[in-house]
Design a protein around this ligand. Sequence first.
Ligand code: FAD
Ligand code: NDP
Length: 606
Amino acid sequence: MPRVKVSVAGDTSCSFFQRAANVAASLELLFPDQVETEIIELESRKAYKAWLPKALEKLKGGEDHTSSPIAYVDDSEYIGGCDDFLEYARTQFGGGAAGPRNGHGVGNNGSRSKVVASAKLSIDAESKSGEFDYDLVIIGGGSGGLAASKEASELGAKVALLDFVVPSPHGTKWGLGGTCVNVGCIPKKLFHHAALTGEFMQDAPDFGWDVQVGAHNWEKLVDNVRNYIKSLNFGYKVQLREKGVKYLNKLGSLIDAHTVKTVDKKGKEETISAQRIIIAVGGRPRPLDCEGGELAISSDDMFYLDSAPGKTLVVGASYVALECASFLTGFGYDTSVMVRSILLRGFDQQMADKVGEAMEKLGTKFIRGAVPRKLEKTDDGRIRVHWDEGSDVFDTVLAAVGRLADTSKLGLENVGLKTNHVGKIKATHSQTEVPSIFAIGDCVEGMLELTPVAIELGRNLAQRMFVGREDPVDLRSIPTAVFAGLEYGCVGLSEDAAREEYGDDAIEVYHTHFTPLQWTVPHHREYNVCYTKVVVLKDDDERVLGMHLLSPEAGEVIQAYGISLKYGMTFEDLRELVGIHPTIGEELCLLTEPKSSGKDAIKSGC
Ligand code: FAD
Ligand code: NDP
């Protein structure tokens, strides 16, 4: 049989596409001499519909095809949709690659396969290993850069990693490890936990403990967290040394496609050359763009303040703003959040509102529909903030109004690379338009700004560079959590996005309010504040499109559902999962109440 090219294209959230794509991928694995597989992933139903007419032009047959997926052979012969393609696979290849129910990716031989899109690296024809000081130079030693450098070095490459921290405008500086370790996830989660510890102390008397909640000691927390971070900074240096990565505490910029200028803290300049360069410079907080904006600190300073912030205004209403406002409230500071439009843009808006309500109940104030117009120092060293409808005096103003990629001084113009309005670089599967230059993590356009994403991009790219791995990072169904007073964890589509994408009639939502068992005894806890909902696509076996949870430890609970959504979990699968009693996680398997019933979804009893 001559080798055929089999193409399957579809909307990535469609389970029929996933099933057909899995089978197509298996065909190439099982019959490499007979089949070359092309999987074309369109990120939404809308994108698929826009792509389809052009594809149909080149095919014989299929003029009326509208659904996802579409399958064809040798870029010319139309096969059909999912069922037609499975039939084609069975008849042409004897059934060896029949796909599973719901596209879970478990083939009939029991081994798991996933949708494989090719991300083979382009060959940089001009460059040969050995002509350069290093096989790989990485600019930026944060989550992504560290992961890439360690992986590449383990795979035998000669690697140098540059990491240099330019102090914040308020003079805060830190060590190796990037945003997550020094001024992001790690201190944030520890401060969040410190605030929760205060709540547990309020629970304690009702559980029989003779405890009195005293004042919070900010200096002690900062000191202890700082010491832990220093141990992490040191640990990274040791790891790099052990893995044979050359660590250079220097600021890097590009001179050409293979040459990096380095500047150390004394201003001494040098150049190093590399066959390949990865840009992993992350981002920095966007300054507050109003008169006196420089008086505001940012998250780069928050975790290192030598004295307690006191009465604080947090400007912004997304992850950073709500998380910081929550722990400040938890420590007992008078905290207000200034919201320009909505809370948590891009998240499920019902959940976002519930996050806000829970924060308000815990004592955070909200100034809605406002932006600061002017900040000025008062005679007693505080800050007066003016907005259209009012003004107030604060001890601290925290600007949490988004981040800009740290690319402005990277010399991108020397290699012809451009950035977008927030400094981000365009890269496809981490490959920029310059063959020898790559970009990963927060500095990449359209990339989720999350540590595990940056780490996975770094490891994946190193493997594609040095052991010929071909598949890109699978960015579907990435779970995330907002560590506000009451945590919000989610994975998949928001209800709003699902309704927009598929239409109101196609969507059902199962939901409930509930009270975690540990909240039933302490008198200060309110009942039925926690909430969960699961968004399903009715006509696709009630496939789960999104899961949302507002509760203590929501991040811990929602984490594992990332894999369930990736492999097409249905609502029935979730209902059939036997929970662990009595846990918060169990609530997700006990849902029965459809939102469309209009009934109150409030749980009582076990
Ligand atoms: P970074 O970690 O930012 O690292 C870039 C490094 O490059 C920095 O060390 C920088 O100093 C260095 N650098 C920059 N330019 C140069 C240069 N020219 N030469 C040399 N070095 C240079 N994500 C989560 O997943 N969970 C969370 O809970 C979470 N919480 C967060 C809380 C806050 C307050 C913030 C701000 C972010 C949080 N994030 C969280 C996001 C997460 O920190 C980032 O997505 C992640 O750090 C990105 O990694 P990166 O490698 O792309 O960049
Ligand atoms: P975002 O870009 O997510 O949000 C910026 C916020 O600032 C929005 O609420 C926006 O309002 C508001 N804003 C922007 N400009 C102004 C202005 N001029 N005046 C008033 N408000 C303004 O930024 P974040 O810094 O919160 O987060 C950055 C990224 O870091 C996140 O996307 C996330 O990936 C990562 N992160 C992850 C965390 C986690 O995993 N738990 C925690 C913290 C950060 P509007 O909606 O009106 O535009």
